[in-house]
Design a protein around this ligand. Structure first.
Ligand code: FEO
Ligand code: CA
Ligand code: CA
Ligand code: CA
Length: 665
């Protein structure tokens, strides 16, 4: 991180990728470490952590001498040969598997879409083509044969120095080359894609002429629903009703609901607003500060007044939500569901509770921010799909508070309860939701090491939370979960709802693994000793639970890949049960500069879709033999086309087993 300090663009990059931007939570005195510190001396704290470790931690066997393998290796549910840590210009998958390119940035999605022409960027063309920086992947089956479906893809952000010929990083250059047309092209490359895919003659392909195909961009008209819709803080000059907004931004992970809709999480939306000079007198000043608005990572405000907080004070309040899309109706209006709160939503992981209520888990990905869940009032009815449409408009949003005894509480964010009253700046439920972070601060939620994706094992009811890193946590801020100061490597947390009830306000937690190199004693990584030299990883970000209940973890080390693991990012399996619990195995590796997103399985477990985001981009300075920042003309890799003059292209990879069996089985 040291080389990147003070570099605004690296801060932006970090916010998007592995290392986040400046922590915005002033309430970090609420950390567990502080609470315990207040009661116990530091020495006792260490003792207390050992006790906590026995009660609440992962209960891994003590690490034997490195190199020894326990019998756990033989008890793993996964059966594939690991690939090795490493870094090069292409992707790698375990032996016996194929990993083919399904879709690339710029691929035409409609019969009238032009072919990819990177030398002549065009907003009109981009709006008809696959967007940039694919992140979340969700699959909605069509028919019952398992060979067709709608792939839902988020496009998180854009890298202008890799997208546009001749451009350098524009935030370092006062956006001097960012014309209105290039900004419009960026806006068209954001958002999401719905595209029909089919398995034809044994190979998955996308169907360019499918009537389902759709691009959602930063300009797509959307409706605002739920308790904050229409509130004065949601109204703008262009929308005096506070119920209509154009577009969605920085869509990171997401979810597919049981009723077949696609949830897009708006993450680092703050970066798209500018107008710093207006912040002091701004009516939302304290709220904007908590959210890092304006981030000014893009110059969209130069051409679109709504992205200038001086000209349109409320537009930023209309981003940072979960957007629900009906992929089966390409003419449908996406809906921002305000009941799920406003923060830097990493994702949205839906579960149907045993009583039919719908629970959505969502992390707020910033250093010292929180983990949330939403519990619906209504129940999901699989026999009456039309009654499920507005389930996400009524319910309770909760924030997590973790206790040192291995239990956790979910604290309701409800206007009028506890401190969430007008005197404290919360005169209505709309205010609680628009200012979710500030409301959660008042409740004393636990500040975490950047909560990213959540995956739920529907058989065991356990939820897995990826905590990617927090290099700003001090020794005094450590707690029972976040035991490491300057946590560069992250951890995987397991949550067990009380009595299997996802709607319960109580549960238990355990650290499954503390990431990083277990051979590096000083960093106190914790893995099952059966983990090989390739099986450990750093910076968990996205995850998936396969149809057999196996946990898969994708990593995003950002520009710090060399110091955090020395390997490119990738996909690992991670055992959650039995003797092998806490054992990682490396399955897939991305090309240099990329991160891995969107692991997504077909229902039969025989196909795995992966999103390779920003190839060539991150940390190419550390790539041996290259050693410099990548650009359109001079990228560290031209994956996946490898054709001179064609830039690297974020792409979807489809993984299948040569013998046709289940992935990883
Ligand atoms: Fe977009 Fe938090 O990763
Ligand atoms: Ca990421
Ligand atoms: Ca991330
Ligand atoms: Ca992510």
């Amino acid at each position: 991180m040291s080389e990147t300090k003070g570099d605004a663009r690296e801060v932006r990059r970090a916010a998007f990728a592995a290392a986040d931007d400046t922590p915005a939570n002033p309430c970090i005195e609420n950390s567990l470490g502080d609470l315990i510190n207040r009661r116990l001396g530091r020495r006792d704290l260490l003792k207390g952590m050992l006790v906590v470790g026995a009660v609440a931690s992962m209960g891994l066997p003590d690490r034997p001498a490195l190199g020894l393998r326990s019998t756990a290796a033989d008890q793993t549910r996964f059966d594939f040969s690991e690939i090795e840590h490493g870094v090069d210009g292409t992707h790698h998958v375990a032996p016996g598997y194929d990993a083919e390119i399904l879709l690339r940035w710029g691929d035409p999605l409609f019969s009238d879409a032009p072919a990819f022409d990177p030398d002549h960027p065009s907003a009109a063309a981009q709006a008809l083509q696959f967007g940039y920086n694919n992140d979340f992947l969700g699959l909605l089956p069509l028919g019952s044969a398992g060979d067709r479906g709608l792939l839902c893809v988020n496009h998180e952000y854009t890298n202008e120095e890799l997208m546009f010929p001749g451009l350098e990083r524009q935030d370092r250059n006062d956006f001097i080359a960012m014309t209105a047309e290039l900004v419009a092209t960026e806006m068209a490359a954001h958002g999401g894609t719905v595209v029909e895919i089919a398995r034809i003659d044994g190979r998955w392909r996308y169907l360019r002429k499918s009537p389902y195909n759709r691009r959602i961009t930063a300009l797509t008209p959307m409706r605002i629903a739920g308790p904050a819709a229409g509130h004065a803080r949601m109204r703008t000059g262009a929308d005096p009703t506070g119920t209509r907004v154009l577009g969605t931004l920085n869509n990171c992970a997401g979810g597919i609901t049981p009723w077949g809709t696609y949830l897009m999480a708006e993450e680092n939306f703050n970066g798209y607003f500018w107008g710093k000079e207006a912040i002091e007198a701004h009516p939302e000043a304290n709220v904007f500060e908590r959210y890092g608005i304006p981030g000014a990572w893009y110059n969209w405000g130069q051409y679109h007044d709504r992205f200038d907080i001086a000209k349109e004070p409320n537009e930023a309040n209309r981003f940072g939500w979960i957007v629900e899309v009906d992929p089966r109706d390409p003419a449908s209006t996406p809906i921002k569901r305000t009941a799920l709160g406003r923060f830097k939503h990493e994702g949205a992981e839906p579960v149907v509770n045993h009583d039919g209520r719908v629970v959505i888990y969502s992390g707020d990905d910033q250093r010292f921010d929180y983990l949330y869940k939403f519990v619906s009032v209504g129940v999901f009815d699989p026999d009456a799909p039309d009654t499920n449409h507005d389930l996400l408009d009524q319910g309770t949003l909760y924030v997590a508070k973790f206790d040192a005894d291995g239990t956790l509480s979910w604290l309701p964010l409800v206007h009028g309860e506890g401190p969430l009253i007008a005197e404290n700046g919360f005169p209505s439920q709309a205010d609680v939701l628009i200012s979710t972070r500030l409301a959660a601060d008042l409740l004393g939620a636990t500040p975490m090491d950047r909560p990213e994706d959540v995956g739920v094992n529907h058989s065991t009811g356990k939820a897995y939370v990826m905590l990617t890193s927090n290099d700003r946590r001090t020794a005094e801020q450590t707690d029972a979960i976040h035991t490491r100061a300057e946590n560069h490597w992250g951890l995987v947390l397991e949550i067990t709802p009380m009595h299997g009830d996802h709607a319960s306000n109580r549960g238990h937690w355990a650290v499954l693994v503390s990431c990083g190199d277990p051979a590096e004693k000083t960093i106190e990584a914790r893995w099952n000793p059966a983990t090989s030299e390739n099986g450990w990883f750093s910076n968990p970000d996205n995850c998936a639970v396969d149809p057999d209940g196996g946990l898969w973890v994708a990593t995003d080390q950002g520009s710090l890949w060399q110091q955090n693991s020395g390997s490119a990012d990738g996909l690992w399996t991670l055992e959650t049960e039995g003797e092998a619990r806490g054992t990682g195995r490396m399955f897939f590796r991305v090309p240099v500069g990329a991160e891995l997103c969107g692991p997504c399985f077909t229902d039969d477990g025989q196909t795995l879709f992966l999103a390779v985001q920003h190839p060539a981009a991150d940390g190419s300075k550390h790539y041996p033999g290259f050693g410099r920042a990548s650009s359109f003309q001079d990228p560290a890799t031209r994956w996946p086309d490898f054709r001179e003059g064609v830039p690297p292209r974020p792409s979807i990879v489809v993984v299948t087993r040569r013998d046709g069996g289940r992935i990883g089985g």
